[in-house]
Design a protein around this ligand. Sequence first.
Ligand code: ARG
Length: 564
Amino acid sequence: MFEKMQASALLKPLLEGLDTEEISAMLEYPSDRKLGDIALPCFKLSKILRKPPVLIAKSLSEAINASGNDGTFEKIEDVNGYLNFYISKESLAKNLLNMSIDEKYGSSDVGKGKTAVLDYSAPNIAKPFHIGHLRSTVIGQAIKNIYKFCGYNCIGVNHLGDWGTQFGKLIVAYKKWGSKEEIEKKGIKALTEIYVKFHEEAEKDKSLEDEAREAFSKMEKGDEECISLWKWFVEISIAEFKKVYDMIGAQFESWNGESFYFDKTDEVIEKLKSKNMLVLDEGAYIVPLEEYGMPPCLVLKSDGSTIYATRDIAAAFYRKKTYDFDTCIYVTSAGQSLHFAQFFKVIELMGEEWAKNLVHVPFGTVSIDGAKLATRTGNVVLLEDLFREATEKTLAIINEKNPGLENKEEVASAVGIGAIIFHDLSNNRIKDINFVWDEVLNFDGNTGPYVQYTYARCAGILDKAGDFGKKTLAPSCDAEYNIIKTLELFPEKVSQARKELEPSVISRYMLDVCQEFNRFYHDCPVLKAEDESVRNTRLAIVKATGNVLKNGLELIGLKTPKNI
Ligand code: ARG
């Protein structure tokens, strides 16, 4: 990154009309080190400059070499239409020192003065927090951390599913079969049980559905009894969700769920009406979207009640007004992609130019050891069980490998839960994932424990070393060179992860760092290095690796125990 920036700065005066960011985006890392550390493929410029790439490369190299550079590059030459930059040893040494000193290495201020709203997690009241919501939570929290690290002001919103006809069902179910004590004791589990029972009974007795509709309509009218039951369900559920959030380090600035928009949807309907966007369809109001290749967006049901989409439109307006966001990001399963595309379009058609700043971040499904997770039937793997299992399994591994470890339980939970998070974030989010315990917890595989373990190894070496001299040499062997070059990529990876809204860029990058670091550690004695300056240089490599792994792990929501 450093070097890409330095190379673009050298090129900028020669390439009129392009800024350093645009130039930087054209630069590549050649796969063969003989072809330089960075290269500019000049065919990318031939359209703009209307010259063949070979000539462009030649004239750029002549111009740059004539004016000289500040010592960052020891050689800049053109070969077959490529401009190749070779980094000087001094500049590598300098970069290494910077990376080792800067504890916030990788952060930036590109988002300074900008606000990002992140809508993630959003479980449904009275329903278990299942593994799909876990995905939304870990992906959303990671994206939020990444945005923060890039200087954005971030507002995490938990758009709880706390309104809708299902609460009518729950109220009826509670009145018929519920027990206060049971619910107080068993929480969501007991609520789900009566909810499931409602569906079973409603199969036989259709009038139950009418009762439920009536109960919800009473709720919407503010009926005291219904509202207080609903509030109680919400309280019980949130208390349980918070336990999960504490375990995985998720934090929200706002808990405004769907119910918050109940009294804000009339305004949306009025606006849509005044813009002549509504069409009456069998008693319901819809916004036709056929022209845009989508089914219509239903906003008002024939019984006059609003739905999920109406509340989402109201929420978007409210957030724009309250936070004046530059971007509003929604993290949900890919199953909801149409819903987001529809309501984004509706807002755009209402003439709101900020509709273009609404972004849906979809992700794939999850299964455990091959079994898909159903939600409706109550056949869900509860997260607490999942976390407990991960922690127990990790504790067993620790007891075998490092029985004398202090705070074993704490470390086991950091590593066990971290393993689940890491696994969730280790592939492109859109891919479906499958949990196989042996893969998730493998300390030697491409896993969270492996990265945390490598971080702990760095911390251990630095602990033993104590203070060391802050002067670094240029890399003297391939192993040193390779890890330094890998560490230099961190800021670029952070930026890529932010732009692509893809935390897996960071997880996968950390695996590369670990691999290069462990190779280096295997090949190069650090504490026992014979020469003092070599020792300092290698310690700086360890320190810089530690910084990258610590920041990277924290970005994706993992803890960083110093001892495993
Ligand atoms: N509660 C919804 C669900 O569980 C997710 C809400 C996502 N956010 C939103 N603004 N629609 O499917």
